[in-house]
Write a protein that binds this ligand. Sequence first.
Ligand SMILES: [Zn+2]
Length: 365
Amino acid sequence: MIDPIAKLRSPRGSLVSVYINRQPPATRAALVDLLKGLRNSHSDFRLLKSLKADTARIVDMVGDIDSSNAPAVAIFASSDDGIFEFLPLTHPVADTATLGPRPYLRPLRSQPRPMRVGVLVADSTRARTYLSSGGTLAELGEELIADRGKENYGGFSGYEEHRNRQRAEEASKEMWRQAGRRLLEAHQDQPLEMMALVGRDEDFDSIAAELHPYLRELPQARLRVDISTVTPTDLARFIDEQTEELRTRRAEELIERVLAEAARGGEAVTGLKDVLEAVNAHAVDHLVVAGPFAKPGVICDDCGWLGRSEEQCPVCEADTFQISDVVAAAMDATVEAGGKVDVVTVASPLDADGVGALLRFRLGG
Ligand SMILES: [Zn+2]
């Protein structure tokens, strides 16, 4: 979804990027305000003319925004360059508008990444399997039933009772393995990031033991509940909580790695100045941005060089463009160069630096 948008270019800097939450009946007023603010912060006559045309066209979209199911939308427009893109979003955004040679993608890159979770709802006699992906829960196959035979052992000898019990246990294990195979298929189709086991505490370890090692290695969440009364809504809520926790845990680990590596002078840097230098050197493997951290800066649209205030690009000598958020431009450049980007929302010591990066190689100098 981001890729074709990321390639949009406006050589004269007239590309408008707008992010707006659907907020009827106030969407129109919010949009008009946002674009007025943008007009007031620019003085170039030619830009203002182009912005006026785009403003009219963007405000015309209010009906489409208010009637869509999406909580927010993004619009990218430049009448100068024949660009007009309308993109529904899955999560709310901060209302934002920018003008520049390239699209403003930070709100898009900050939307939580959807996670794939394999869900196994089971006890010793029944099992259901689900795949949760991007907030939707889909059942995989039909309910499985274990044929545990006669469970009442009254009147059998001790030996027979033992044999029957073993046979019943084997039937449950076979059912759990079968459920596990469905989830393994989903995992091989596209990797799962978490497994959720739903049922009785006393079954969990036995169920987990029957899963393929690939599934057993995943983070595992366990919901203790009566499976005859659990609803899809209960499952969805549980998965939401657990994926949110996993995101937080991963963010904390990532920040710890960046800070530890930077502290020992290894392959990581922190702070905007060093991060921009690393981005310009195509050295960033994983950029980590602390929440809303943003700073104005400049970009050379010819070669992509990023700086804080230089009017001319030190690499190719072209004039630079002022941009309101050079951190966002660093995120774009990192992704373009094949690296990863995470916007983390947990409070951490990285908040003081605002930004940090794991590097592909140590920078000289
Ligand atoms: Zn340049």
